[in-house]
Structure formats: structure tokens, C-alpha cells
Unconditional design. Sequence first.
Length: 339
Amino acid sequence: MSMAFASARHALHGADGGARPGIAFGGAVLGAMALSLVFLIGDAGSGRAEASESFKSRELAQLKSMDSGAQAEILIEGLSAQERNDLIPASRTPVEAMDRFAVISASSPQYASAHRCLTQAIYYEAANEPLKGKRAVAQVVLNRLRHPAYPNSVCGVVYEGVNDPVCQFSFTCDGSLLRQPMARQWNESRKVAAEALAGTVEPSVGSATHYHADYVLPRWAYTLAKIEKIGVHVFYRFPGRAGREAAFSRRWAGNERVPFLSDDRLRQMLAGRYDNAAPAEPELTPGLTVTPHVTDRHAPSDVGGRLDTTKGWRLAIPDPVTASRSSGDTSVADIGAMQ
């Protein structure tokens, strides 16, 4: 996809493991490879009955961790990355044929949203890729929809993580959606999306759930199973039974929802100013129980008229009887006592 993580500014998407890293990355990668062994064990001879069993929450968490956190780190970029990517051997596990995905009727009220979300993924990730590359991106989205490790709707997959520090498709969290699509490439992407939703399968990538552009090398590329390179994208699948065709048995959710993204937020993303971190807690002046505000008009020793209970102040309403004296009867001493 150039599925990308916001932190890397490039899409990441992965596959089946088994590739051995170069010596330069040996120590850093061995731990990640050990994680993949959980899913590689028992891969031989595993049939649909075994793989279609629901995964335990612990297993799903491990799958999700294979391309997140430290695993999402970009090791190198540019020509060196292309050379390193070429050195990673393809998995020896045969590419499996995937079932057709044709469960959303074109007459369904959910179809328009699904079609648009899939079109966006194809366009923003592979607008200038060959037809095969566009179809491969669509296949990855639909593969994820049917895998228990991901949301089970088209828009859910495409916009996964859009409100989190890490998003799965970079175009959803870098402001690209503000750019006006190019007509020819957009129409081509729409056609590919419609065909995929009607059941067209891209057999070359099989059960791929990840991909990345060849000009970056994410750490997870060494722990997933490399399938094939199409255009500038390298496609991968999960290791072991998690990447077998039988594991893709989850049903479509039955509805499509697109998260709201304000134009202001998208403009901040596009300018590189958007910070996914949660808003910081308001800073309090030591000893104050209220937050100072820029509109406060006060001396440094008070809180602008707002009660600061740490000073022992209490609100008191004067006794109307004793306070009924005329202003002329008020002495200097009385004024001092009132302050």
C-alpha cells in the first residue's frame, strides 16, 4: 500500500517472513524474527480447518506488532534501500489463490463509500503504477478486510489509525486528500476499484497484507514473507498460518464509515505541522488551583479575580445590616479591613 506509517512518511505493508537479514542488521532483526517463529511453527501441512480457527487475542497483538513500533523504523532510504530490498529473497511458500470478493452489491447504500475508499487507496498509493500494481494495492486492502488482524470494512482498512500516532495508509494522515486528483489516474483507479469489488483477483500477490515502496527499507521487511515486486512496490504476507489463504475468513462488516477529517486538520498535515500526540495537560503556576489565562488582568501575586483556594481565601457576603452604613461613614480602617 504504499501503506504507510505517518512516522516514516512512507507506506509500509508486510508479509511472510523467513528472509535472513544482512550482518549489519543481524542483532536488531533477530528479536523480530523470533516473534515471527510463533506463526511459522506448524506451517507445513496446515489446512483450512486449522488456519480458519479464530486467532487468540495474544496472537493478533503479535501480528499487529510485527509492523509497528520499532519494527516500523526505516533502516535506510534511496538507492541503498533499493539494493537491500533486492537482496531480500522471496519466500519459498507458494503464492496462494484468494477467493473473489464480491459481497457488496452495487445497489447497496454502502457501495458508494466502499468504492470511494478503495479508489482513494489505489489512486494515492499507486496512481502512476502499472495496472497490475493498482490491482495489487486493491488486493491488499481486500485481503486485510478479510483478515482478523484488521478492520472488516473497506473504509475501516483504508483509514485505520488515521486518528492515532501511526496510520496504515500515509495519504490519510499527511494531507494528500487536499490535493486535487488527476482526472485520468483517478478514473483508472475508480475502474480498478469497481472491478475488485466485483470479484477481480490479482493472483500475483496472493494473500499479501503489506507492501512498501522500494526506496525505503522498513525493519519489518526482514520478518514478513516477501512475495513479489510490482512497479516500485514490494509485497509481503504474514508468516506461517496467519498468511495462509485459509486465515482470510472474516466476513465484511456490512457497513462502511469514513472518519471525519476537517480541512483545517488536513492543511496542518500537508504543511507538516500536525502533531498526533494528545494535547498537553494545562500548565499550572505552582501553588495555584486554577489555570492562568492570557486574558487575565492581575498582578503577579493574584489570579485575575478567580479564586485560588491555596491562599486560604474564602468568598464572603457582607451582612446587609452592618453594611448598611453610608459611604460617608466608612473609615480608612474599614477600607483596610475590606481589602
